[in-house]
Design a protein around this ligand. Structure first.
Ligand SMILES: *Cc1c(COP(=O)(O)O)cnc(C)c1O
Length: 352
């Protein structure tokens, strides 16, 4: 028989996506955005959640403006949403990329005068423009926005990006003041400044369109958003073996945990190759029927060992949830909420 005629069994690790929470997060951010439209950053496969599952939910909630980083991501996005609603943040580095944007019907975000000229020289048409107001990442500098080539563009969205919106600091107001200068100098249909955290900085920052990513997917970058944003991603792993240890037996690589007495442990099917990094060794927890069970010893590539001593009825094949509520998990692991989501690997079953 052909190997692909027999589908493999389901993976023993899955990423449960709470679609209702995802839709509610978009609506909460839309309401916080006031009169501005609310888009969605869907780059990096919707921050690891999966475009296939997440984008239709966001579209049904009312989202009409989509931001990807790469051309490959644009190609995937247009399977689910109209191409004219998709902006590609990395911009056209070559004439071939400009031609690709036109062929697909998506808008390039022009990030330099060279990209502005390339877009005009290859035929022009609707585009977005990124202006750097102080992050020194992508975008035209303030000194370049008066260039006559910029005046020749057909700009749908003129945008900038906040570097420190998750903090209270002078940089936010400084970027806002510069973006107001940009609005006066550059003709565009819409102006857009805010990421998730920026939305919580208040109405002055909202302009015509906001571009949340992290908070859609359950991240809480600022205290004001706590209570309005719900967890969306629930990673779960199955127990693939149960073992009974006697006092003095050690667990895992380098024997970093030694059983103080007889104990029951479970080996679960998630490891650092899945984005459950070694920082969780001896520190992470899993959830079983309302109990929090500690991770024992080192996280391996494909497996992690947990303490089942207080979960007598948990056995092989049972599913354990990772304790992965983003703000708390970030504080416990030292990873950012962005990393916690985007690390979740390809072996997770995202089909439900
Ligand atoms: C990633 C990104 C966003 C979304 O940022 P979050 O902090 O995840 O809300 C918005 N705008 C641009 C330009 C981005 O690169």
């Amino acid at each position: 028989m052909m190997p692909d005629a027999v589908p493999p069994p389901h993976a023993a690790l899955r990423l449960r996506l709470d679609s209702a929470a995802l839709a509610a997060n978009w609506r909460a951010l839309d309401s916080l955005s006031g009169a501005a439209r609310t888009g969605a950053a869907i780059k990096a496969d919707c921050y690891g959640l999966g475009v296939t599952a997440a984008v239709p939910v966001l579209a049904a909630a009312g989202c009409r403006d989509w931001f990807v980083a790469h051309w490959q991501e644009a190609a995937e996005a247009v399977r689910f949403v109209p191409a004219a609603q998709v902006s590609v943040l990395h911009g056209p580095m070559t004439d071939a990329e400009a031609a690709y944007a036109r062929a697909l019907g998506v808008r390039p975000v022009l990030n330099s005068l060279a990209q502005v000229r390339r877009w005009l020289d290859t035929g022009g048409g609707p585009c977005d423009l990124m202006v750097d107001t102080g992050m020194n990442r992508l975008g035209l500098s303030m000194g370049e926005i008066g260039d006559e080539a910029v005046g020749a563009l057909e700009i749908e969205t003129c945008m900038s990006h906040l570097a420190s919106a998750d903090e209270d600091c002078a940089q936010n107001a400084a970027q806002l003041a510069r973006f107001r200068e940009v609005r006066n100098a550059v003709q565009a249909q819409h102006y857009s400044l805010c990421n998730s955290a920026g939305i919580a900085l208040g109405g002055d920052y909202h302009f015509d369109l906001t571009r949340p990513g992290l908070a859609l997917y359950g991240g809480v970058p600022r205290g004001e958003l706590a209570g309005q944003i719900a967890q969306v991603a629930w990673p779960e792993a199955a127990v693939i073996q149960v073992r009974d240890l006697t006092a003095g037996e050690s667990v895992g690589y380098n024997a970093t945990f030694v059983a103080p007495g007889p104990m029951r442990v479970g080996v679960i099917s998630v490891g650092y190759a899945d984005g459950y990094l070694r920082c969780w060794s001896g520190r992470g927890h899993v959830l079983w029927q309302g109990r929090r069970l500690p991770v024992l010893g080192r996280v391996s590539m494909d497996m992690t060992i947990v303490d089942l001593s207080t979960a007598e009825n948990c056995g092989e094949g049972d599913w354990l949830g990772l304790d992965y509520v983003l703000p708390e998990a970030a504080a416990a692991s030292g990873l950012s909420q962005y990393e916690l989501l985007t690390l979740l690997g390809r072996r997770f079953d995202r089909s439900e």
